[in-house]
Design a protein around this ligand. Structure first.
Ligand code: GLV
Length: 372
């Protein structure tokens, strides 16, 4: 059920699929006979140096994909030199991840009705030394994901025969889970008023997330936080301009991995119009559909300064723990490096629209006319 949670989108999963398919339709321009030595993937995201412009996205329930998942992923990201973003709905708490890492990570915030609790989450992130706050704008109500309903998703898992079977057939996962005490929402349980036992992300969202979240709340959060702020979930040029007006440091063009508004366009398809709308007034990042270094390259060519991966690192984490996250990052790094070289560039910061192939798909030739 945790794999399904990561591997699903809302309703028909049309947007989830489009996120990937639209990347595949973009073609790169092959160049030859250019010097390919001394290549560099190093860049910056919100002023922080990154070994490649690929951050780990905030993903809920990461500590259920593998025991202590958030700590392991944060450690892998730190060693790799890319940002790790901890979700509000993580299993390991902010303090716990901070205690097991040495460099600042980013914290993703969901806004609840209880503003005292929101303020306390912000101060906890500050106290833990987080270097950016990623405010999610597109999940004040939860998109419906059929697989989660079918699976009766909860953390820790329930003990119906179906769930017992799922656990019994994953002995390694189950064994690791018995070796950790981290089984519930670490940032919430024991911190939010009246929440002693929280098992379901969907019921917590329905009760606690504030559906009135507005632009004035963004100003309030910016003031409370006082540091680098990233606004996540922008899919429209008008919203992008408003986001830039808030004085935030970056926006993430994102449809939440196709998990919220099914029927929304893919993130990559709206990136160009958003980049055009905001110009240089705010840094633009992108998530959704990035499965390879080639996808990273395409997003950078279309104007993103940075990208995020969610599912790719979760697959690695679920399979091999920390080593799996490093493997996922390594695969992407290699693909990005080779792609950049074959496009004739040596520095990833030079990625731009000139590296894309714009010719229209080949149209079938007309059948030859019968000779007379
Ligand atoms: C949470 O962010 C989710 O998409 O489930």
């Amino acid at each position: 059920m945790f794999f399904d949670y990561a591997d699903s989108g809302a309703w028909t999963e049309g947007t989830y699929k489009a996120n990937e398919a639209d990347f595949a339709a973009i073609k790169l321009r092959q160049r030859v006979l250019v010097d390919m030595t001394n290549r560099s993937l190093q860049s910056t995201m919100i002023g922080e140096t990154v070994s490649m412009p690929v951050a780990l996205a905030p993903t809920g329930l990461t500590g259920m994909q593998h025991a202590d998942g958030e700590i392991l992923a944060a450690q892998a990201a730190e060693a790799f030199g890319v940002p790790f973003t901890l979700s509000t709905m993580s299993i390991c708490s902010i303090e716990d991840v901070a205690a097991h890492t040495t460099k600042p990570f980013w914290f993703q915030l969901y806004v609840m009705k209880d503003r005292t609790f929101v303020a306390s989450l912000i101060s906890r992130a500050k106290a833990a030394g987080c270097s950016a706050l990623v405010l999610t704008l597109d999940l004040q109500i939860l998109g419906q994901r059929h697989k989660d309903i079918r699976n009766g998703l909860s953390a820790p898992p329930k003990f119906t025969p179906k769930h017992v079977w799922q656990v019994a057939t994953r002995p390694f996962w189950a064994w690791e889970m018995t070796q950790t005490k981290r089984h519930s929402f670490g940032n919430i349980v024991g911190h939010a008023k009246g929440v002693g036992d929280l098992s379901s992300l969907s019921s917590w969202t329905a009760e606690q997330f504030d559906p009135r979240l507005s632009w004035s709340d963004v100003a309030w959060i910016k003031e409370q936080w006082g540091g680098k702020l990233i606004l996540k979930g922008i899919m429209d040029p008008e919203d992008a301009r408003r986001a830039a007006d808030t004085g935030a440091d970056a926006i993430i063009v994102s449809n939440h991995g196709g998990r919220q508004l099914d029927g929304a366009p893919s993130s990559i398809s709206v990136l160009p119009e958003i980049v055009q709308a905001v110009g240089d007034s705010i840094e633009v990042h992108l998530d959704g559909g990035i499965r390879s270094g080639q996808d990273v390259m395409k997003a950078l060519c279309l104007g993103a300064k940075g990208t995020y991966i969610g599912r790719p690192f979760l697959y690695g984490l679920g399979a091999y723990g920390k080593r799996g996250v490093t493997m996922a990052l390594d695969i992407i790094r290699k693909e990005l490096d080779i792609t950049m070289a074959l496009c004739g560039k040596r520095d990833i910061r030079e990625a731009g629209p000139d590296l894309l192939h714009h010719r229209l798909p080949v149209v079938e030739a007309e059948p030859a006319r019968p000779s007379q």
